[in-house]
Design a protein around this ligand. Structure first.
Ligand code: SF4
Length: 84
């Protein structure tokens, strides 16, 4: 599988980053994490997880996405801002 973007690893930014998650109005950066964030296009989803006791649990969260990904729901943020 090939990656169709060129990434500047110094800044964690996509150099071919037009229409990527990091430029999308639905993308939210999470804390100090670089290169990924949450997609808030839709309400949180329920995911399976391991409970503290080792059993099955369920948590709700927004899906994590890479900054240089994209999907068909992309909407350009207005005005553009640096949220990488
Ligand atoms: S997954 Fe789609 S809707 Fe979500 S942030 Fe990325 S481009 Fe936007």
């Amino acid at each position: 599988m090939t990656d169709d973007t060129t990434t500047d690893t110094t800044h964690g930014q996509s150099l071919a980053g037009l229409f990527t998650c990091s430029e999308c109005d639905h993308y939210e950066r999470v804390g100090d994490e670089v290169g990924q964030g949450e997609c808030r296009r839709y309400p949180p989803k329920v995911f399976p997880a391991q409970s503290p006791q080792g059993g099955l649990a369920f948590v709700s969260a927004w899906p994590r996405v890479r900054h240089d990904n994209r999907c068909g729901e992309f909407e350009q943020e207005d005005p553009p801002a640096d949220r990488h």
